[in-house]
Design a protein around this ligand. Structure first.
Ligand code: GAR
Length: 215
């Protein structure tokens, strides 16, 4: 049985999708060992508790520096000893203290088609720039913010969606579908990190193409 931990800061809808995917076999042979939040008030913590998942809160405000927070986060996660660390709406910039401790074992989901729109307010940017399409990126985490090797991307045509809230809802649908599938392949070692890029088992090569969602 593989172990994963999920790091959140907010509403935790991706975390719930991951837990559901474990329960219904989309992610196989895996246990969600702990949901960790840096925000004590994160809505996702209550959802995790409701689902009977172990939770832990590590507030970044209790630490003087980013590095001190990361050192403690590394210690907490090493204690759990997971096979994979999943960032699911975890809104902290991680230092090399964290990324080097778990090289190749951290996934992130980002709500844009990277390298377009790293950072925040991605939906607003896509709308403001009249982009034809928008989407999500799942990637391995390195020290470079939103810059590690890309694993998979899902996209949609923005069309008549004119406000960021509606766009975010459509984007969430893609995230909830694609993230569990990718997590399943990574825990099974069918998708592997290398500093040169992502390595795909032949059964996973379709994830190298941008996947279109007709939502
Ligand atoms: C997701 O859309 C995720 O892509 C984004 O935060 C949202 C969290 O939603 N992540 C980032 O912006 C990371 N830079 P959730 O808490 O409902 O899963």
């Amino acid at each position: 049985m593989k172990k994963i931990v999920v790091l959140i800061s907010g509403s935790g809808s991706n975390m719930v999708a991951i837990k559901n995917a474990i329960d219904n076999g989309i992610i196989s042979d895996t246990e969600l060992s702990c949901v960790i939040s840096n925000e004590p008030e994160a809505g996702g913590i209550e959802k995790a508790q409701h689902l009977g998942l172990p939770t832990q809160i590590l507030s970044h405000k209790d630490f003087k520096t980013r590095e001190m927070f990361d050192e403690e986060l590394v210690a907490v996660i090493k204690n759990i000893n997971p096979d994979l660390i999943i960032l699911a709406g975890f809104m902290r910039i991680l230092t090399s203290i964290f990324t080097s401790a778990f090289e190749g074992k951290i996934l992130n989901i980002h709500p844009s088609l990277l390298p377009k729109y790293p950072g925040l307010h991605t939906h607003e940017s896509a709308l403001k720039n009249d982009d034809r399409e928008h989407g999500i990126t799942i990637h391995f985490v390195t020290e470079e913010l939103d810059g590690g090797p890309i694993i998979a991307q899902g996209y949609l045509v923005i069309g008549d969606t004119k406000d960021s809230k509606s766009l975010q809802q459509r984007i969430h649908q893609i995230e909830h579908d694609l993230y569990p599938k990718i997590i399943n392949e990574v825990v099974a070692n069918n998708i592997v990190y290398s500093s040169q890029g992502t390595i795909y088992h032949p059964s996973c090569q379709n994830y190298q193409d941008k996947i279109f969602y007709a939502l």
